[in-house]
Design a protein around this ligand. Structure first.
Ligand SMILES: *Cc1c(COP(=O)(O)O)cnc(C)c1O
Length: 452
């Protein structure tokens, strides 16, 4: 059993030296953070030995559970061979093997893998590739981007430019490249409301209008397929993705699918794009790529994109001059290969429909709750929107931090959650069991009961 003084020391050091992401630091220093010291399976273990179900997959990354011997072993074996060597001017086996595997499991037609380190860099790379593609293709006027309202694509400046979450992004407005917003196909956030089909058709009509009028100056449309995660798990109506992809093709605008959150099984298929048989021109992967073990990202491109970057000589200026020092890090590539092996060995995708169904049934119990305005689920991605009044849909005052209160209360039930505002997010590892699914939803119910 750990001594409390050990925990106190770590908290003191944290408060003295650390600056946490997305965190109001004054409030942080007034609180008592949990110190997570170990993890196993679907559980995180704090410095006092308490176990918590990892209800959001350690920020949407963990896939097969923590401390899986197979992934640990793959990282160890790679470490014993070589921790790192560069992809600038040199090759290494693990990056090459993983690229083959990714091309084999990605939507058909994506044939090239460009590595980086995070979801944000995967998006930056996609944006720069799209921009340079049109320069190389002799259509330099196609230089703007289109994004969905409420979009989230990461926190670097290019990714922020195609984002639409004012709370995060407004302050950086003056720094950003121009990007045009189109309506999010979601009834709850759509001013005119209507059935999902109506909302979808209106959103597609707005996209069509924009592409018709300005397609000649638009390089690419970027979206999170099927589910807009950080927006509060906004689930798109069926057919929006395929409809948007068709419009992009029709107007010669590239489609960038950001599957940083949706990738690797979260929506029920390995990639969300597969559900509407869409092959984007560029596909961004990160979070779950390594099973959530190490930072690694990839931007996949079609042959059409790649071919534009081939010159007879370097002086032809067709090179993509972009790269990060740790691009294609061997330890990450080894973890990713082991994770893809586990998808097969554990028959992860075959097990998913029953788990998704179990989660749906558990959530149905919660739907009538007076403080629940909406429950959105796609696969194992869930957003539970809390409201002060479910008849009018009136939100709680932001300063009440109701979502955070519910998530903190869930810790008493042994579940760790992190909300998006007043949306309680559930995004468990794909390895979650049926009993754990019930415990997860039960913890939210218990958390709601603690509200005044
Ligand atoms: C998390 C996320 C990103 C950013 O990934 P980082 O690794 O945090 O940079 C980009 N797009 C989507 C859809 C995400 O959910």
């Amino acid at each position: 059993m750990a001594s409390p003084s050990r925990t106190d020391r770590w908290i003191d050091l944290d408060k003295k030296y650390l600056w946490h992401p997305f965190t109001p630091m004054r409030q942080w220093s007034d609180g008592t953070p949990l110190v997570i010291e170990r993890a196993e399976g679907n559980y995180l273990i704090d410095s006092e030995g308490r176990r918590y179900l990892d209800g959001v997959s350690s920020l949407w990354v963990n896939v097969h559970g923590h401390n899986r011997p197979e992934i640990n072993q793959a990282i160890r074996e790679q470490l014993d061979r070589m921790a790192h060597s560069t992809l600038l001017g040199l090759a290494h086996p693990t990056a090459a093997e993983l690229a083959e595997r990714l091309v084999a499991c990605a939507p058909p037609g994506l044939t090239r893998v460009f590595y980086s380190d995070s979801g944000s860099t995967a998006v930056e790379i996609a944006l720069k590739l799209a921009f340079q593609y049109w320069q190389l293709a002799g259509r330099p006027g196609k230089r703007r981007f289109v994004h969905l309202e409420h979009a989230y694509h990461g926190d670097t400046l290019g990714a922020v430019a195609v984002g639409g979450i004012p709370h995060f992004h407004a302050v950086f407005g003056p720094l950003l490249i121009e990007s045009l917003a189109v309506p999010t196909p979601h009834p709850y956030r759509h001013p005119s409301g209507g059935t999902p089909e109506q909302v979808r058709d209106q959103a597609l009509a707005a996209l069509a209008d924009l592409l018709r009028a300005r397609g000649h100056e638009i390089a690419a449309f970027i979206l999170e397929p099927l589910v807009q995660g950080a927006a509060g798990m906004l689930v798109h109506p069926e057919g929006y993705l395929a409809g948007a992809a068709a419009l992009c093709r029709e107007h010669d605008v590239l489609l960038i699918a950001d599957e940083v959150a949706t990738g690797f099984g979260r929506t029920g298929t390995l990639f969300a794009c597969a559900q509407e048989e869409v092959t984007p021109d560029l596909l961004c992967l990160a979070k779950g790529l390594t099973g959530g073990y190490t930072p690694l990202a990839a931007t996949l491109a079609t042959q059409r994109i790649y071919d534009q970057f081939l010159g007879a000589r370097p002086e032809d200026r067709r090179t993509f001059y972009h790269g990060h020092t740790f691009t294609g890090h061997p330890l990450g590539c080894a973890a990713a290969l082991a994770s893809l092996d586990l998808f097969e060995r554990d028959r992860v995708l075959e097990m998913l429909p029953a788990k998704i169904d179990r989660l749906r049934v558990a959530l149905d119990q919660l739907r009538p709750h007076p403080l629940v305005g909406d429950i959105r689920q796609r696969g194992l991605m869930v957003g539970i929107e809390l409201v002060a009044d479910r008849v009018t849909g009136a939100p709680f005052p932001a300063e009440a931090a109701t979502g955070a209160l519910v998530c903190t209360a869930a810790r008493s039930s042994g579940v760790l959650l992190r909300p998006l505002g007043d949306v309680v997010v559930l995004m468990p590892p794909l390895s979650i069991t049926h009993d754990e699914i019930d415990a997860l939803v039960g913890a939210v119910t218990a958390g709601l009961a603690t509200l005044p």
